[in-house]
Design a protein around this ligand. Sequence first.
Ligand code: C2E
Ligand code: MG
Ligand code: MG
Length: 692
Amino acid sequence: MKDTRHTEQSLRRRAVMLHAFVAAVFVAGAASAACVALATTDRALLGPSTSTALVLVGLLIMGEVRTLKWLKLHDGGEVTTSWAFAFSLLILPAPVLAVAAIALASTTGDVVHRKRLSRIVFNAGQTALSLSAAAAVLLIFGQLDTIGSGSDLSVLWFVAIAAAGSTTFLVNGLATCIVLALHEGTRISTMLRRGLLLNFKSDGALIALAPIFVVVANRSILLLPLVVAVALFVHVNMRAALASEHEANHDVLTELLNRRAFTARLDSEFADSNRVERCGLVLIDLDDFKEINDRLGHHLGDVVLTEVADRLRDLQEPGQVIARLGGDEFAVLCTKVDRVSELMAWAERLRASLSQPLVQCGFPVASSASVGVAVWPDHGHDHDSLLQAADLAMYAAKKTGNAVQMYKESGVGGATGRIDLLSELERGIARNELELWYQPQIDAVTGEPVAFEALLRWRHPRLGVVMPNDFVPLAEHTELIVPLTEYVLDRALIEAGVWQQRHPLVRVAVNVSARNLQDRAFPKAIAAALSRRDFAGSLLELEITENAVMSNPQKVAAVLEVIEQLGVKLSIDDFGTGYSSLASLRDLPVESVKIDRSFVMDLVDHDGDHTIVSAIVDLAHSLGLTTVAEGVESVDAQNRLTQMGCDLLQGYLVAKPMPLREALVWLDRATPNLMRTSIDVAFRSLDKVVRP
Ligand code: C2E
Ligand code: MG
Ligand code: MG
């Protein structure tokens, strides 16, 4: 309650300041125009040539009215040709007409574009003020009539015209930046840094053309269309350059900033060493968006994302910057956080808005979002660490079902335990604390070992053995999954090399994550590991979950095809738990499906599971795929699976996952007729590679 009152008070204070500033600019514009009129009473209102003056006024007004909407720069600035024509009028010289015409043109343009009254008033005032300031500079230098009267040009003229142009540009930029800073609630210095360059790029070049217009028009008004054509050419090119800059920084679907522009924006906010206000970063991830996409189609998925962007815009407050970071992930930067409780209340309002069903498509689509919040500089000093903190908070929100979560650095529960674990994981990899345990897969008919699945275990110095489900999903949420998978892959190849000295055909299966499959560099990493360890691709199998494939089928398919060319086998893990169908996997270069253990474990007691497993086996075979049953725990289950024709079995009945040395002993026992030479000899070769 207290917070809400505080917010309202500060918003009201800012609104009052904004209106006062707009009024001051307007009064200053009118007063300066009057001063110009008084100082130039000896000149004709329309300058020396009425026709030229009228043509220039016409061009000026046309330029303002025709400002294209899509050319809006992200701070609300626009590109017009007005300054070039207004400046020409000024040095014609028709200074009073120039000031009046630019104010009139700006007002006409704003009315046509239905801008708010305060904006119309501000624009009229600031254009009049900027041009009057230029007139004053030229008058002081005594160079107002030089070019129009055809007198000789001197160095002084160049100095005067440059000073006048710069003055216009500075007054205009300064007024715009102050009004935007008041409107957004950001610091004026930050605004100036971003805004001035933009203004210079758009207006500076055109102002430089003004003297040429006047010289040409004085020669003959008939030549004017030629220079106007040149001006339009410059203008159009500038617009194209700005449009492509816009495209590079925005997401095509939602028109929000993209990740690149957003992180650049974060950097620019944090670069201000005098900054005292805190910033808030709110990260939003839609729940079950993949399901919407898969079940209702990508078109509807796009509609949902657009609607989410609109709802974010509706709730946007001054000083907030919205972006779509990719997929179903959105972010909001709040540049001025007075109180963290206000930020959390806003995030809660946002979550509530996003959990209203979307009715864009004629029928309601249920939606919900998980929201993570982090604060600069408390939770991170740069964009990387702040995004990671917000990401972890968001992940905690998803896990706990507590939809808005603030990043917690210490304490119990929430994101905390996981964050510590994640920060330790990198060190764990470097210190060799991660090891692979192996679980065999056997041929259902002959009982022969066919492969070992490599399963991660983390021998944590404080927590003991940490299971993969406690840290792999966490790593999957960050870039750390890339080095983690590369570590597992390399280690699995080295260790498989040890058992293959005596059991050359027993493959190794490695689990890979969704993120790896979206990474076009992943196949290269596999190829490098295979060649580094001199390992045949056909003896390596990669297990991918069906949801990993369905998250981005086209991109994943492209990556899988390259992997297949290395001879590496691919299998679908935990089949039956995701949203795909066997038919949708048909076009992928996959060789086998691993039926999820949840179906296999209850096979004997539940007829339903029996029917499902049997149907999967039949359908997989008809598509030419091999079947592997996971979680085989009983002889009954083994018998039924064998009867169904399931090809391979994996589960506690066969063996639990075991460290490499035990796996080697198991393998030797399972194939007694093979030569059994010393395991120690094999291990010595491993020691050489792992601990050089
Ligand atoms: P998964 O790939 O489905 O691995 C099989 C899991 O089922 C293993 O759990 C294994 O111990 C367990 N299991 C095998 N047979 C039985 C059985 O008869 N009964 C029961 N109740 N469980 C059985 P684990 O080792 O805890 O691994 C869990 C998951 O962690 C794996 O599921 C895999 O998705 C993931 N994972 C493990 N290692 C890695 C890795 O190196 N990289 C990635 N990305 N994920 C990994
Ligand atoms: Mg697996
Ligand atoms: Mg599995």
